[in-house]
Design a protein around this ligand. Structure first.
Ligand code: SAM
Length: 240
């Protein structure tokens, strides 16, 4: 039936496409995507051929209106290059406007790099804050980290290999002493999740320059630094 189907796709391992994603992609005539070559390849792998409509970060009002008009009369799938659409990927305005106009919006869930990294990292997962990409400029990057310093949750950032070192340095400066995890090549052959201090990780990745896409995680601030606990006072309280 007509509407917008938000379809998650693999983040590296084609085996992670869901049965429902395949079923929905098979059922639609049109697929809105960031890059027609990337999505064309995925559809080819699934044995499907569909009308591809480019919808990326540069999409304007006109592109959006054309898609909205289409989904009023037929089902339209929205995919991104990898993972879950809208999560650091295009689609927010499209979904918002579709909902305002009473168009049915449904989600076909699947892979998401932030969640995969969170589950692998060994960091506390009762609360986590997904913060997207850190800014490019160093002042803005440090400001964002300062803003997040007191949040009692594991922080999750998207990163790229060339920016990893700058991000680790900034964390070392603004959030000293925090445990950090670097998750790379998730769901792929050389998947890796490495934890340590920002300094240790910076040293490792200077010696072994990383490739590919990266999720960076930062442990929450500890409630009470161990060194600040007055052991004598605790003992006296117990004895009295
Ligand atoms: N929508 C995607 C999702 O659901 O994960 C994220 C898209 S965002 C433009 C791309 C970023 O996601 C990368 O820079 C990286 O931080 C992260 N990412 C995507 N695939 C990854 C993978 N296989 N391993 C590690 N990080 C990945």
């Amino acid at each position: 039936s007509p509407g917008l189907y938000i379809v998650a796709t693999p983040i590296g391992n084609l085996g992670d496409i869901t049965f429902r994603a395949v079923e929905v992609l098979r059922g639609v005539d049109a697929v809105a995507c960031e890059d027609t070559r990337v999505t064309g390849k995925l559809l080819h792998h699934l044995g499907l051929k569909k009308k591809l409509i480019r919808y990326d970060d540069h999409a304007g009002e006109g592109d959006r209106e054309r898609l909205l008009a289409l989904m009023e009369s037929q089902p339209v799938a929205l995919v991104s290059d990898a993972g879950t659409p809208l999560i650091s990927d295009p689609g927010y305005r499209l979904v918002r406007t579709a909902r305002e106009r009473g168009i049915v919006v449904t989600s076909v869930p699947g892979p998401n790099a932030a969640v995969v990294a969170m589950t692998l990292s060994g960091l506390p997962n009762d609360r986590f804050l997904f913060a997207g990409f850190l800014p490019n400029k160093s002042k803005a990057r440090e400001d964002m980290l300062s803003e997040l310093a007191g949040v009692p949750a594991t922080l999750v950032f998207y990163e790229t290999a060339p920016r990893l070192d700058a991000a680790l340095q900034a964390i070392d400066t603004v959030l000293p002493g925090r445990e950090v995890a670097v998750a790379r090549e998730l769901t792929k052959k050389f998947e890796e999740c490495r934890s340590g201090t920002p300094e240790e990780l910076a040293a490792h990745y200077t010696a072994h320059p990383p490739k590919g896409e990266i999720v960076l995680l930062v442990a929450p601030p500890s409630d009470e630094p161990v060194a600040d606990i007055d052991v004598d006072a605790l003992l006296l309280r117990e004895l009295s």
